[in-house]
Write a new protein. Structure first.
Length: 230
């Protein structure tokens, strides 16, 4: 038995953390081992660099360092925080849920015009690869309103739309489970549950078939949840 890695992606304000926690709670309530591994925030590092930039009369840390160096620092910071994810994935049968995967690093690099995406990808060469990436699609204007509602105003709607476009341009995007994150909380939660059940069911079926285990048709196991609309 192996573990499963479900990663959320999307712009700030799309609801990644909220829905990741809800998914973990739902799986636990159904009796499936699950854990939410939150992303370690870059905010303290960014705030420090922004302060240094301001002291030098510059707009922010990107103006201070340049996009390539700024994104490389962010990538290395992310890489140093991956051990809890690796440890969680080492438990057989567990569903491990993250609210911000390494794909965020590639998308932001594209959004800010960094020219070292290949180097950033090399940093994460051995990082765990999700079984499913759930992308919450939210217009920049709505995401910005949500952020403003919790006291965050550093991102404009245009910035957020640019980041969304960068996500969509990634080669990995064709495998995203895209969910309309602008719908009400319950509807988004249900759509995510269906996508997650499908991914976990596919993984289990593939492993069973590879061992010659019967009984993994479209109405077996977790697939039944999809047919019931759960």
């Amino acid at each position: 038995m192996t573990s499963y890695h479900l990663a959320f992606a999307g712009v700030d304000g799309s609801g990644k953390t909220t829905q990741a926690k809800l998914l973990a709670e739902s799986l636990l309530a159904e009796g499936r081992p699950a854990v939410f591994v939150p992303s370690v925030s870059m905010r303290p590092v960014r705030a420090l660099l922004d302060r240094i930039a301001a002291d030098r009369g510059l707009d922010d840390h990107v103006a201070l360092l340049g996009p390539d160096t700024a994104r490389l620092i962010a990538a290395i910071h992310k890489w140093t925080s991956l051990d809890p994810l690796r440890e969680a994935l080492a438990v057989p049968g567990r569903v491990v849920i993250t609210d911000r995967g390494v794909l965020c690093q590639y998308a932001v690099a594209r959004a800010v015009g960094a020219g070292n995406e290949d180097l950033i990808r090399e940093v994460f060469r051995d990082a765990p690869v999700p079984d499913l990436t759930i992308y919450l699609d939210v217009p920049g204007e709505l995401a910005a309103r949500r952020l403003a509602g919790r006291g965050e105003s550093e991102h404009t709607p245009e910035d957020l739309d640019g980041l969304a476009q960068a996500y969509r341009s990634l080669p990995e995007a064709e495998r995203f489970a895209v969910i309309d994150g602008s719908a009400d909380l319950a509807s988004v939660r249900r759509a995510i549950a269906v996508a997650a059940a499908s991914a976990i069911g596919r993984g289990a079926c593939w492993r069973n078939r590879s061992r010659g285990v019967p009984g993994c048709g479209p109405t077996s196991g977790l697939d039944r949840k999809i047919s019931r609309g759960r």
